[in-house]
Every structure is written in C-alpha cells, then in structure tokens.
Design a protein around this ligand. Structure first.
Ligand code: NDP
Ligand code: MG
Length: 383
C-alpha cells in the first residue's frame, strides 16, 4: 500500500472519493488541488491537514490563503502550484483527478520523481501516452489505472500492464444516457439531459463524454497506451449494466473479466493498495440481482465520436491530442450552452480535418497541437 498521497483535482468527483478512500485506509495526504472551488478545498484542508493546497486560479488562491491563515497549510497557485503539489516530497503516490490535458505536465513531473501514478486523468494518456509511458518505464514510476475499465483490464492481466499471452482487450461501455437513440434524436439534447448518466455519478465533462461515447474513444486510446496493444486488439462492447468492467482474451481463448458494482471507490482504492487488497466501503456485488448481463456492438453511425477517436488512434502522431483538446473545448462550450450536443462531433471532426498532424511528436508538438485544436473550436463558434 502507498504511504502518502497527493490528490490533484481534490474537489472533483474522483478527488473527493480519493480523499474518502485515503481516510478509510488511514493514508496521510500531502497536497490537494482545485481550479477555483476554494470553499470545498478549505473544508478538505481542515479535515486532511495537507502541507500544500494548490489553487489554479490566482485570485481564488489568495482568498484561500487568507481563509487558511490560522493553519500551517501552504497555499500555492497557478500551473507552478499544481506542479508543486504533484512533486510534494513526502507523497509516494499522486492521484491524477484533474479533468483535461492540464494534467499532463504535473503527471510527467511526478513520474520524474518515481512516484506511483494512480491515473484517472485519461486525457494525459490520450494526448501524450507514448511519451508518458516511455518516461515511466525509464524512471521506474508505476502507473496504476483508476479508470474502471482499465483497472478491470489491469486486474484481469494479474496486476500488470503487459502480458505475452494477451490476444485482445474487451472494453465495455454502458452506452450512456442516450443509448438506442439516433443522431437526429440526440442532436439538440441539453447539458442537463447529457449529464444524467444511468449508472455512474461523475464530473460534468466525462458525463458529456459518456453521452457522446467520446469517453469510450478516449478510453480506447488510453488502453492502447497503457497495455501496449494495437487498435485491432481492442473490441468495444456495449454492456448497459456496467457490472463487467472489461475483460481480456488470452491466446488460448480464455476470457478473464473483472466484475463489481459500479462504484469508483473500488478502482481508486485498488490503485492505492495494490498489490494488496483491503476491505472497501463500496457496496458488494450481488449477482442474483445484477440483471441481464448482455453485450451489444456499438452503433458507430449514431455515436460518431467513438469512430472518430478510433480513427485518430489509428492515425497516431498528434491526432489523439487534437481530438482530445478539441473535444474538451467543445464540451466546455456545450456545457455553457454555446453549442448544441450534435455540434460537439462536428467541432472535433473539423479540428481533425483542418489541423496538420505531426508524426512522432515531441512534448512541445503535443502542447502546440492542443492549443491549435482549442483555437480551432473557439474560432468555429465565433464564426
Ligand atoms: P470533475 O469535473 O468532477 O473534477 C475535476 C477536478 O479538476 C476538480 O477538482 C477541478 O477543480 C479540477 N480542475 C478542472 N480544471 C482545472 C484546471 N484547469 N486546472 C486545475 N484544476 C482543474 O472531474 P472528474 O473527477 O469526474 O474527472 C477527473 C478525471 O478523471 C477526468 O480525466 C476523467 O476523465 C477521469 N475519470 C473520472 C471518472 C469519474 O467517475 N468521475 C471515472 C474515470 C475517469 P474545481 O472543482 O475547482 O473546478
Ligand atoms: Mg471509464
């Protein structure tokens, strides 16, 4: 089990649950971060007594500094603050619970210090997975997935990221709130409708990604990078119950899956305790009441974001970074009601079709591609 953690994105869905798990396991917290939700970050700082609280927004950081003046918590700000939290010396593990590619540089910084990465922030692996995995292999930093599907694959591989007998990954998807609807029926869906996920309670961005199925596309690329497989070695299956969290097929035809109730506490806890297992506060799975565990092929015609991500995965280079950043920008605009649901796909497809894709990119190439993709989407909306 890890000895001490830093939680990036502590005020979010993954971050809040990570702090609950840390308290349950008695793991001390070195650093917590937020973008601007200082009300909750203050509460968390008083409860968990971290040494560092990092707030991305400078103004909010200075307010929190005043609010925490009676404590020994050091409040830091901006991108440097996030890096300081990610590299806090006493933490041997960093939970990457921030949303979006802002997680990339802090994750790399923690890898340089050989910390375990409890990796929730999938955008990091989508935009720069090859660089991140190579650097982790060089420094010896462990990457343990938190995303429930990737945790299931990791567990089905016996707690490893590689297995010589692996033939195929069976990546499951709930299908999201609009399962069974056509593209025309979902085109004008509202943010409130898109966020209402049937099985999981998550942050706004990933909930919209689940509704467009871009989340499964991002997870497809995340799985390629984590487990070193080709696009042809991943099969996506719609599994509306979210009980089988994913599976692997070995060369002898054996399929090994991981099943559990849909609760992120479990994969978060496993990333902190691995290779040990500890009793968890997550509800047990009752297979008698789990219902019909059916599997369907994805409907790529009506959820085109999934197909787009699979194409970007095959294209490689900066294509996944463009996809992910354009999607982040488009989802942000959709949540602010500046775009309609169906336009998310159009923006991402437009960015991928217009921005030059660079092969074997450096970190600078990836950050530049990310910036160009965002500009493309904001430009398209301004008209
Ligand atoms: P939330 O939106 O709930 O939380 C995001 C966190 O990141 C918040 O603490 C937020 O701070 C912070 N944040 C957002 N933008 C910035 C920024 N620019 N700079 C610094 N901090 C920032 O997201 P989730 O917890 O749902 O998701 C986090 C990550 O985990 C995502 O990559 C997601 O794909 C992945 N994931 C999530 C799952 C889930 O069940 N939620 C499941 C599997 C993966 P503030 O509160 O101040 O805005
Ligand atoms: Mg997932």
């Amino acid at each position: 089990m890890v000895k001490c953690i830093s939680v990036l994105g502590a005020t979010g869905s993954i971050g809040r649950q990570s702090l609950t798990v840390a308290a349950h396991l008695g793991i001390p917290v070195a650093a917590i971060t937020a973008e601007k939700n200082i009300r909750l970050l203050e509460e968390q700082a008083r409860l968990h007594s971290p040494r560092i609280a990092a707030v991305y927004d400078e103004k909010a950081a200075s307010e929190l500094r005043t609010a925490l003046a009676d404590t020994s918590v050091r409040v830091v700000s901006g991108p440097e603050g996030l890096l300081e939290a990610a590299t806090a010396a006493e933490a041997d593990c960093v939970v990457t619970g921030v949303s979006g590619s802002v997680g990339l540089l802090p994750t790399l910084a923690a890898i340089e210090q050989k910390k375990r990465i409890a990796l929730a922030n999938k955008e990091t692996l989508v935009c720069a997975g090859e660089l991140v995995m190579a650097r982790a292999a060089e420094t010896g930093a462990e990457i343990v997935p938190v995303d429930s599907e990737h945790s299931a694959i990791f567990q089905s591989l016996g707690g490893a990221l590689r297995h010589p007998g692996l033939r195929r990954i069976l990546l499951t998807a709930s299908g999201g709130p609009f399962l069974g609807l056509t593209g025309a029926e979902t085109y004008h869906k509202t943010p409130a409708e898109a966020i209402a996920h049937p099985n999981w309670s998550m942050g706004a961005k990933i909930s919209v990604d689940s509704a467009t199925m871009m989340n499964k596309g991002l997870e497809f690329i995340e799985a390629m990078r984590l487990f070193g497989v080709t696009p042809e070695q991943i099969t996506v299956l719609i599994h509306p119950r979210s009980v089988v969290h994913s599976a692997v097929e070995y060369v002898d035809g054996s399929v090994v899956a991981q099943l559990a109730s849909p609760d992120m506490v479990l994969p978060i806890q496993l990333a902190l305790t691995w290779p040990e297992r500890k009793p968890s506060p997550a509800p047990d799975l009752d297979l008698f009441s789990a219902g019909d565990l059916r599997f369907l092929p994805p409907d790529l015609e009506n959820t085109p974001c999934l197909g787009l991500a699979m194409e970007a995965a095959k294209r490689g280079g900066t294509a996944p970074a463009i996809l992910s950043a354009a999607n982040e920008a488009a989802v942000g605009l959709f949540l602010r009601e500046k775009l309609c649901f169906g336009q998310i796909y159009e923006c991402v497809a437009g960015a991928l079709g217009s921005i030059e894709i660079i092969d074997a990119p450096s970190l600078e190439d990836i950050l530049a591609a990310d910036g160009r993709a965002r500009e493309f989407v904001y430009g398209a909306v301004r008209g």
